[in-house]
Design a protein. Structure first.
Length: 131
């Protein structure tokens, strides 16, 4: 059924669009900007959701003594704000974590490099040493 003044235009467009979408006509979709932008959008959405969930788990697991600026319930709500909330949590909401490696001097790599071990070994192997 055509609209007055437009013989078959709107109805034909609606029919062709429905047929193109049902058949997966890529040419129609490319012309109208519906192909190619879905995957990047989904990846961006997945990254934002992952960042927020990671921050929410970190808020829940951080000891109360290390939470700064806001109370834990407020941080839990703040990290639900996309990108800005989790970024604020990781930058300002908790005290910096100490590094995993201790700041101790170098250790001997093997027992035969350890002077204390070598000294005890010499004492034990002496013929006149303690029994």
């Amino acid at each position: 059924m055509a609209l007055p003044g437009r013989p078959g235009g709107v109805e034909q467009l609606a029919r062709s669009r429905g047929r193109a979408q049902a058949c997966g006509d890529v040419r129609w979709q490319k012309r109208n900007g519906e192909v190619g932008d879905t995957v990047p959008r989904l990846l961006l959405l997945l990254a934002v959701v992952t960042f927020s969930v990671w921050a929410l788990i970190d808020v829940a697991q951080t000891p109360e003594a290390q939470v700064r600026l806001l109370a834990r319930p407020l941080w839990s709500l703040a990290v639900l704000l996309p990108v800005l909330g989790p970024a604020a949590w990781f930058l300002q909401g908790r005290t910096p974590q100490p590094s995993a490696t201790p700041a101790v001097g170098p250790r001997p790599l093997a027992p035969d490099d350890d002077p204390e071990f070598l000294r005890r070994l010499r004492e034990r192997n002496r013929p006149d040493g303690p029994l």
